[in-house]
Design a protein around this ligand. Sequence first.
Ligand SMILES: [Zn+2]
Ligand SMILES: [Zn+2]
Length: 152
Amino acid sequence: MVISLDQQLIKQIEDICVARGVRLTPQRKRVFELICASKKASSAYELLDELKLSEPQAKPPTVYRALDFLMEQGFIHRVESTNSFISCCSCNAHKHYSHLLICDRCANVIELQNDSLVALLEENAEKHQFQITNHVIESHGICATCSAEKTQ
Ligand SMILES: [Zn+2]
Ligand SMILES: [Zn+2]
């Protein structure tokens, strides 16, 4: 049997939760699976609609609580400018800031990690004695797949 990447990821977060002593409830796990299964960034309401297929009693707070948990653990990221969610490309990493490339055509999001970019932003802020507590680094545009389709 070929183990898909998604299943590997889910196994990985299950192990991390055990190691951290936090509870990956079936609902939290299901929401993570749905986020991984989607090629594009998912909104909370899209996730709710899909969750309802397996758990008809699911309500918005069910999804929001699951999303909060998954973000806290660093398994997913919120895409601030579109208010949607993606799985993290390195679930095992410590808290990190990502540069997100957001395709406005297909809503696919590419997560990049560039420490020198974050260091540069911090350096800029330091010049103003400004202490950064959070970064939102998001770029909008057209992804390679969509731009290839356009030229055909
Ligand atoms: Zn990440
Ligand atoms: Zn695209």
